[in-house]
Design a protein around this ligand. Structure first.
Ligand code: ADP
Ligand code: ASP
Ligand code: MG
Length: 411
C-alpha cells in the first residue's frame, strides 16, 4: 500500500471548522486508495498557553513535568481529528507518541528520536483506517513522556514518513510555502518553488520557524520529499528535495533572523591543550546547545573563547562556565544578552564571490553594528542588537533582492 503522511500545524486544527477542512483533505487522499497517516500539532496557541500556565507556578519548571504537560495539547488534537473523521463516515484511530513506541533519548524538552515501531500503524492502515498520530512527543526507555522541542511535530511527520517508506510528506501550515524570508517580517518576500535539503536545513537551524530543522535532517537522510503548503487553499507550495543543478546559479536563496540569542565570552583562558575540550564537555553535560564558537589566540599564553547560545540555555550555560572558570584560569567571563543573528543562505555562495561584501555593506548603510560574524560554505551570519533585528533583515533582503524571483535579480 502506498502511504502518504500529512501534517497539520496548530492553526490548521485550531477550531472545529478547521479540523473538518483538514479532514476533507485527508479523506480525498484516502479515497484515492492511499494509506494516510496524519500528524497533528496542538490546537492554536495551546502549547504557549500551557507554558504560561507552568511559568505562573514556577520560574524554572522541571523539564520532565513540562513534557508531561505539553504533550497533552497534541493528544487532544488527534482524538478530535479522529472524532471528526468518524462523524464524516471514515474509520480512524488516534495514537499518542508512546502508543506507537516513538522512542527518544531522555533529554526532556528537546529529545531526539531513536526509533519508531511502525508496525502498529501499518496494521491499522491495512484494516482501512486513517491513522492520526500526536506530533512532537515520544517516550524514553523508562516510559517518561518526552517532547522534541518547539515546532517538533514536523519532525514526527517526516520521521514517520521515513519509517513507513512514504514517498511524500505534506506539511500543511498557515503560509503557502517557504519564502525567501519570513513573510510576516519582510512583506515583500517571495515564495520558492523548491529548495534543497541543505539550504532548508541551514534556514531552519538559523531561525526560519516554518520547519523544524531535524525534520529536514530526516528528509535528507531517508529521501522523503517534503511539500510545505497552505491548509487553507489548494495551490502548490514549496518542495524540499535534493539539490538540483540550476540551484547553483542562485547565490542567496533566503535570509533568516534568529532572536533571543546570548553570547558568552571567556577572556584570557590559558592557551594550553585541553581547555576548550573542558569547557565544551561541561556545557554538553549541562545539555546546552552551542552555536558559532570562536577562539582566538591573544598572546602565546592566553586565548579568548566565545560562543552563542539560545536565551533559554543562558542560566545553565552560565553555571557551567562558572564551574570551570578556575580550572582553565579564565580571567574574566562576559555575557551579552538580547542578541539576534541575521543570516543569508544559498548553495550558490560556494562558487560566487562578493556575498560578504554585499551583506556587510547593506548593514553598514542601515547603520546596524555587527557584533560578530560567522560563516559556513553556504551561509553568512552577523550577530546584531536584538532591537535592530527587523531593520537588519530588511536591509539584507533588499540588498540581495529577496523580493524578486531568482531569475529577475541582477547578476
Ligand atoms: P505550524 O503551526 O503550522 O507548524 P509555524 O508557525 O510553526 O506553523 O510555521 C509557519 C510560520 O513560519 C509562518 O507563519 C511564518 O511566519 C514563519 N516563517 C518563518 N520563516 C519563513 C519562511 N522563510 N517562509 C515561510 N514562513 C516562514
Ligand atoms: N505544539 C508544539 C509547539 O507549539 C509542536 C508543534 O507545533 O510542532 O511547539
Ligand atoms: Mg511549526
Amino acid at each position: 500500500m502506498e502511504i502518504i503522511v500529512q501534517k497539520f500545524g496548530g492553526t490548521s486544527v485550531a477550531d472545529a471548522g478547521k479540523i473538518r477542512r483538514a479532514a476533507d483533505r485527508v479523506i480525498k487522499m484516502a479515497d484515492r486508495g492511499l494509506g494516510v497517516v496524519v500528524v497533528a500539532s496542538a490546537r492554536g496557541h495551546q502549547t504557549d498557553q500551557l507554558v504560561a500556565d507552568a511559568l505562573e507556578l514556577h520560574p524554572n519548571p522541571p523539564t520532565r513535568e513540562m513534557d508531561q504537560l505539553l504533550s497533552t495539547g497534541e493528544q487532544q488534537s488527534v482524538s478530535l481529528f479522529a472524532i471528526a473523521l468518524d462523524a464524516m463516515g471514515h474509520k480512524a484511530i488516534s495514537f499518542t507518541g508512546s502508543q506507537i513506541r516513538m522512542i527518544t533519548d531522555s533529554v526532556h524538552t528537546k529529545a531526539r528520536i531513536i526509533s519508531i515501531d511502525a508496525e502498529r500503524i501499518r496494521r491499522q492502515l491495512e484494516q482501512g483506517k486513517i491513522v492520526i498520530v500526536a506530533g512532537f512527543q515520544g517516550i524514553d526507555e523508562n516510559e517518561n513522556i518526552t517532547t522534541l522541542g518547539r515546532g517538533g511535530s514536523d519532525t514526527t511527520a517526516v520521521a514517520l514518513a521515513a519509517a513507513l517508506s512514504a514517498k511524500l510528506c505534506e506539511i500543511y501550515t498557515d503560509v503557502d510555502g517557504i519564502y525567501t524570508t519570513d513573510p510576516r517580517i519582510y512583506k515583500k518576500a517571495v515564495k520558492l518553488k523548491q529548495i534543497s535539503y541543505d539550504e532548508m536545513l541551514e534556514l531552519a537551524s538559523l531561525g526560519a520557524g516554518v520547519m523544524h530543522s531535524r525534520a529536514i535532517e530526516f528528509g535528507k537522510k531517508y529521501d522523503v520529499i517534503i511539500h510545505v503548503r497552505s491548509s487553507s487553499d489548494d495551490i502548490d507550495g514549496t518542495i524540499i528535495t535534493h539539490e538540483v543543478p540550476q540551484m547553483e546559479g542562485v547565490v542567496v536563496t533566503g535570509a533568516t533572523i534568529q532572536r533571543d540569542m546570548a553570547k558568552i565570552g571567556l577572556i584570557g583562558v590559558d592557551n594550553v591543550p585541553g581547555n576548550a575540550a573542558k569547557v565544551f564537555a561541561h556545557l554538553a553535560k549541562a545539555k546546552v546547545v552551542v552555536h558559532d564558537i570562536i577562539q582566538t589566540e591573544v598572546s602565546p599564553e592566553k586565548a579568548n573563547l566565545s560562543f552563542m547560545i539560545g536565551g533559554s540555555d543562558l542560566l545553565a550555560a552560565k553555571e557551567a562556565v562558572e564551574e570551570i572558570k578556575g580550572e582553565i584560569n579564565c580571567q574574566n567571563i562576559f555575557v551579552r544578552e538580547d542578541i539576534a543573528e541575521v543570516s543569508v543562505v544559498g548553495v550558490g555562495m560556494r562558487s560566487h564571490y562578493g556575498v560578504a561584501e554585499k551583506m556587510f555593506g547593506a548593514l553598514a548603510e542601515a547603520k546596524v553594528n555587527i557584533d560578530s560574524i560567522t560563516t559556513s560554505e553556504i551561509r553568512i551570519s552577523c550577530a546584531v542588537n536584538e532591537d535592530q533585528a527587523d531593520k537588519a533583515l530588511e536591509a539584507v533582503c533588499d540588498a540581495f533582492e529577496l523580493d524578486k524571483p531568482a531569475n529577475l535579480r541582477k547578476p
